[in-house]
Design a protein around this ligand. Structure first.
Ligand code: FES
Length: 156
């Protein structure tokens, strides 16, 4: 199930842990992102109110940093590299397998809220190409068969 939106009270409690100063904006958004895996609209409104900054400023910061997202994310992010080294060693077939097994395209989240699929240009482990990251774990020399097995393991 996708993460639910926090109630106003929940966000107010979170905000109360920070000084009521506009300089706290990024720190607060990062904390909310960490907890909910995205920035729910109710939380953004409450942050703007608490710090007395315009909602447009909260939105600008939320969309500027890559670590922050306005879209609900799965519990685990699957990042598949589509960089040159990985591409040459068959990452497209691995990506097709992930799409088929999870039923989602890059940028989407499974309906059970478990996985979000992302493509990236290099994971800095080209020698292990093709590379997939599931959460914080890096998996190299991926093949369609191996990713199928791995997805089964992390789904249980
Ligand atoms: S190109 Fe895939 S890890 Fe560098």
């Amino acid at each position: 199930m996708l993460p639910k939106e926090p109630g106003e009270k929940e966000v107010q409690e979170l905000c109360a842990g920070h000084p009521q100063h506009p300089g706290e904006l990024l720190a607060l958004l990062l904390e909310i992102q960490e907890i909910y895996h995205y920035l729910p609209p109710t939380a953004m409104k409450e942050v703007a109110r608490y710090l007395a900054v315009p909602e447009s400023q909260v939105y600008a910061v939320a969309t500027f940093y890559k670590a922050l997202t306005l879209k609900p994310q799965g519990k685990k992010i699957i990042r598949i590299c589509q960089g040159t080294a990985c591409h040459l060693r068959g990452s497209s077939e691995v990506l097709e397998t992930i799409k088929e097994v999870l039923g989602i395209a890059p940028g989407e989240t499974t309906t059970d809220g478990c996985f979000t699929l992302e493509t990236v240009n290099c994971l800095g482990a080209c020698a292990l190409a093709p590379v997939v990251m599931i959460g914080d774990e890096t998996h190299g020399q991926m093949t369609p068969e191996r990713i199928r097995k791995l997805l089964q393991e992390v789904s249980t």
